[in-house]
Design a protein around this ligand. Structure first.
Ligand SMILES: [Ca+2]
Length: 227
């Protein structure tokens, strides 16, 4: 009988339309076991449930990603405060969310807060990067403050990317360089930032993701969120 029930459950699962899944990490467990570390030159630690990322390379991006290279459309949210960011003329400085990280191209979109490469003025931005060099920076007007928490949210839908800070749209950007890739969090070029309450809502997760995540406790989260 048990077999029959499981079979029915499985059949009903695969006949369902795609269900949006949500994954939440508030860094309360003190580890990054569900994540993949990436980039060059950096340190991380979790203190009091906050993930702290510190880039130690003046021309590098450092951070974590999760999920799959095939992920395309998703919504990311995180709380973030920058504790260190120093202007270097010509460098694209950023702290925030990572979108569509493409391993083969070694590139991604960085959506968050940074400094204008030329003037050093504070801004919101989406950076198109590859091999630790920025190709394009789409700026948005936002005068952020060191040590202050902000809520960052980015919506990636096909080739459109919308960045919201504390609920206000600050960058609306269209670009087709990276069609798919992993989401994450990252800092660049000697920047230090604290992160908390990372949330991803993903609307094109195939059923296989459930089995991928079954290796970790994240599977429990996925399963609970979907039910
Ligand atoms: Ca936390």
């Amino acid at each position: 009988m048990r077999f029959t029930i499981l079979t029915i459950c499985f059949m009903s699962l695969i006949s369902l339309p795609v269900v949006a899944g949500t994954y939440i990490d508030s860094f309360g467990d003190g580890n990054m076991d569900e994540w993949k570390i990436g980039g060059i030159g950096g340190n991380w630690e979790i203190i009091d449930g906050e993930l702290i990322l510190k880039s130690t390379n003046s021309s590098g991006t450092f951070g974590f990603t999760l999920g799959e290279q095939t992920w395309k459309n998703y919504i990311l949210e995180v709380k973030m405060r920058i504790t260190e960011m120093q202007h270097f003329a010509g460098f694209g400085l950023s702290a925030g969310l990572l979108l569509r990280y493409n391993r083969a191209a070694n590139g991604a979109y960085n959506a968050g807060l940074g400094l204008n490469p030329q003037t050093g003025a504070k801004q919101a931005e989406i950076i198109v990067g590859r091999n630790n060099i920025y190709i394009h920076i789409e700026p948005g007007q936002f005068d952020w403050t060191l040590d202050k928490w902000y809520n960052l949210k980015v919506v990636a839908q096909d080739s459109q990317f919308k960045l919201y800070i504390d609920g206000n749209l600050v960058v609306d950007f269209v670009d087709a360089l990276y069609a798919t890739g992993e989401p994450g969090v990252a800092v660049t070029s000697t920047v230090t930032a604290h992160f908390d309450d990372f949330v991803i809502t993903e609307d094109d997760i195939p059923d296989v993701v459930t089995s991928v995540y079954s290796r970790s406790k994240a599977a429990i989260t996925w399963g609970q969120m979907k039910n």
